[in-house]
Ligand binder design. Sequence first.
Ligand code: ZN
Length: 452
Amino acid sequence: MPKFQSKKLTKEVVLRDPVHDYIHIEDQVILDVLQAKEFQRMRRIKQLGPLAYVFPGATHTRFEHNLGVYELTRKICNIFAVKFPSQHRGDGLWDDNNRLLVECAGLLHDIGHGPYSHTFEHLFDTNHEKIGQRIITDPHTEVNQALRQVSPIFPEQVASVIAKTYPNQQVIKMISSQADADRMDYLKRDAYFTGVTYGEFDLSRILQEIRPYKNGICFTMAGMHAVEDYVVSRYQMYQQVYFHRVGRSMEVILKHLLERAKTVYQQGALQVTLNLGKFLAGNWTLDDYLKLDDGVMESNFLLWTESSDPILADLTSCYLFRKPLESVCIDEETKNLLPKLKDLIKQAGFDPQYYTDTNSAFDEPYDAYKPSGKNANSQIELMQTDGQLIELSQLSPLVRALNGTIQGDERFFFPKIMMSKNEEPQIFDPLYQQFQRYIKNGKLRYLRRPKK
Ligand code: ZN
């Protein structure tokens, strides 16, 4: 086991943080990574993207989230080093030689994200995980140069923790599992900045009861209710914030405006500023990627509101000036109405390719009972007094109940005007009325029907 050492700062640096109170920095390497330009760039990328159009306070950035994850991993290391220090190799306890490695991985876990990652990646074939690995391992980046002061292979090792290939599972699971520093930070932080109370859970209690074991991290039985509370608040954050129908609608508009921009660009009729053109043309470098941020995107959107292409001009205005599409829930039964609805939308003058969409928000807050699920090997486990591990939903009826419910919904998005009810008869009124009859008779609702 290599020892990861960094020069200690002569005086600890502390940063104020609304979630963790203070972020403590004791090592030169952490301070240098934080000051690297690739890391500073995250100040210019909002954590929740278009959700800021729904929750006006949610303009916090990826910068403070990454700092928060670092601070939580630092706290967990402190607890493990005092309460569960490894005595000999293979005893399943915490080897504090891994501290600097996991702290750097926590600090850099989201370094590859660009503006509006989710939508952008899909359309421009960028991948934040791969780009993150490159930022860490490319010798030309300031992040890489900062990490190399620990050892020449340190950047690769940090990258391997984030890629989940590092051999020690405790290190990996501290930043990526069902109850990890990443999720605990973003739930609390997003709740704070959106202003909702759902994301609240008892973090100090969870940290009291967290412990390492041979293949990962678990909680003691005394922490069961605090962990249960965390799972419930995660469920509520997904339902009330991350899956918000207006947030998803703004995301749909964003996706379509970028699709339209691509088409107009290919026709040679798009005005582009800064380096966004490289992405529209499909030949970008890491340097180009590092110059992208929310400001670059918004500057281009402002230009496009005056585009000669009416669809692009309209969609960018809808995005920048917050004019979301309307949406209703759909299911297997009502899906067959969509072609008729789209046809009416087309007759009313909207291109359905750009003004309609369907998307689903299915996400499992906790997929313990799915051995083949994507997080199957990172279940939340509770350690009994005899050392036996039991998966949380086997002990908690509350978590078990959440597990059995449908967590997301599928929605159909369309122009709001289709639902308009004018006093004065207008030329499109019969179309709107017909559309509204379909919605009514098909029992398509704004909110999901409770399951019988
Ligand atoms: Zn994160």
